[in-house]
Design a protein around this ligand. Structure first.
Ligand SMILES: NC(=O)c1ccc[n+]([C@@H]2O[C@H](COP(=O)([O-])OP(=O)(O)OC[C@H]3O[C@@H](n4cnc5c(N)ncnc54)[C@H](OP(=O)(O)O)[C@@H]3O)[C@@H](O)[C@H]2O)c1
Ligand SMILES: *[C@@H]1O[C@H](CO)[C@@H](O)[C@H](O)[C@H]1NC(C)=O
Ligand SMILES: *[C@@H]1O[C@H](CO)[C@@H](O)[C@H](O)[C@H]1NC(C)=O
Ligand SMILES: CC(=O)N[C@H]1CO[C@H](CO)[C@@H](O)[C@@H]1O
Length: 348
């Protein structure tokens, strides 16, 4: 009888604490998405009274374009990075018309083309996006650092990125070496080298902010292996850099933030209607920028995506083989929808 009572009390207590913990966790999660934006912390004038600058990579389209508009609207002058001079110039003209009181600059650099021997060799003969390569010289980040040395940079958005296109889904076996290199360059090396080059400027004009953009599929997803791996690479850099800033007493001054994006409409060719789990690019960047200034480390930017992730977490209760099957089925379906079936892989 007494033993039964003890067991009952212990289990009841453990259950109570578990529920309490879960409640606190859920409340914390909700709080993340209810707090007002602190972006204005980074929109400060320099000591000389000059306007702050933000740099957005991949500003010519999709989410990056929305970042540029949102930042210009929030009081920043904007450096627009893209790989195509004509396309990014058109974006600048439109921004100038919408926010004529701001200043703009353009930075043209192919991010898929960071110095790398394999890539250098391949790219001397290759065409990409139907265009001839502008030059076979590797990107010079010292030159980029000098070019932007005179602006008061307080925000860097490492947004340029994405998986391969045409075809979008390839197994490792099927992927040419230069496609792999390009993906790692675009999603991993380019944001790392750019951050490294611009960090002295960001430190000079602190408080300042670096946002590295990530995907929800950053953990070894099949058929997008190099993309998901290079996103995970840049998230490891994000964690390390954040701690390095703390090591030198700059933890409060230079915020290094990772933002995970789920599906976004109006970006990367997605034309779905806006729904609970699919915001448009404007909603996505407002959400991402609102996560800054609160000591978040790597966080899902949009609340609908966080809800989706919470649902997906239920899979953890499933056996591993079921989870694996689900990932495989999803990715095979994606590929079938876009590039055709996977049946030829075994014969390559
Ligand atoms: N859309 C989504 O649902 C989603 C989900 C998860 C994560 N993300 C991440 O969000 C970020 C933005 O993606 P998005 O959806 O906005 O894609 P997007 O619409 O395809 O735009 C990508 C931007 O990056 C630029 N870019 C691509 N390759 C480049 C290169 N080699 N060199 C220089 N610039 C390059 C593009 O320039 P061009 O205009 O010249 O093509 C464009 O400005 C990416 O990091 C992506 O991984 C997006
Ligand atoms: C890179 O640019 C810097 C500054 O403009 C220059 O001094 C250096 O020689 C360049 N490096 C290469 C390899 O071209
Ligand atoms: C996204 O939706 C909001 C409101 O629903 C709208 O104001 C905004 O213009 C849309 N942005 C884009 C890029 O479509
Ligand atoms: C372009 C620009 O605004 N540059 C200014 C940045 O801030 C310094 C002082 O911190 C000024 O001297 C620059 O002119």
């Amino acid at each position: 009888m007494a033993a039964g009572l003890i067991v009952f009390t212990v289990f009841g207590g453990v259950g109570f604490i578990t529920i309490l913990f879960s409640l606190v966790k859920i409340l914390n999660l909700i709080c993340i998405y209810l707090r007002p934006s602190r972006l204005s912390r980074y929109a400060h004038l320099s000591r000389a009274g000059e306007a702050p600058w933000a740099l957005v990579t991949g500003a010519s389209d999709g989410i990056g374009l929305a970042f540029a508009y949102e930042l210009a609207g929030s009081g920043f002058n904007v450096v627009l990075h893209g790989r195509n001079h004509e396309k990014i110039s058109r974006v600048m003209s439109r921004l100038q018309a919408t926010f004529p009181q701001r200043s703009y600059r353009i930075l043209v650099a192919d991010a898929g083309y960071v110095a790398c021997l394999t890539h250098l060799k391949a790219s001397t003969q290759e065409h990409r996006n139907g265009q001839e390569k502008a030059s076979s010289a590797p990107l010079n980040f010292t030159a980029i650092q000098r070019e932007l040395g005179d602006i008061n940079l307080t925000v860097l958005i490492n947004n340029a990125g994405g998986g391969p296109v045409n075809p979008a889904f390839l197994s490792v076996l099927e992927s040419p070496e230069d496609t792999i290199t390009e993906s790692i360059s675009l999603n991993g090396l380019f944001p790392l080298y750019l951050t490294r080059a611009l960090l002295p400027n960001l430190i000079r004009h602190a408080p300042s902010l670096v946002i590295n953009t990530n995907t929800m599929i950053d953990q070894g997803f099949p058929l997008v292996a190099s993309y998901s791996a290079s996103k995970e690479f840049i998230m490891a850099i994000t964690r390390a850099l954040r701690l390095e800033m703390q090591m030198v007493g700059l933890g409060e001054d230079v915020e290094i933030l990772g933002i995970k994006f789920g599906r976004v409409t109006g970006a990367h060719g997605c034309k779905e209607p806006v729904s609970l789990f699919v915001p448009n690019a404007t909603m996505m960047v407002k959400a991402a920028l609102a996560r800054a200034g609160y000591g978040n480390r790597i966080v899902i930017g949009y609340w609908g995506h966080a809800l989706q992730q919470l649902g997906a977490r239920l899979f953890i209760a499933l056996p591993r083989w079921v989870e694996d099957k689900i990932f495989i089925t999803i990715m095979c379906q994606q590929r079938k929808n876009i590039d055709g079936s996977l049946k030829d892989v075994k014969s390559t």
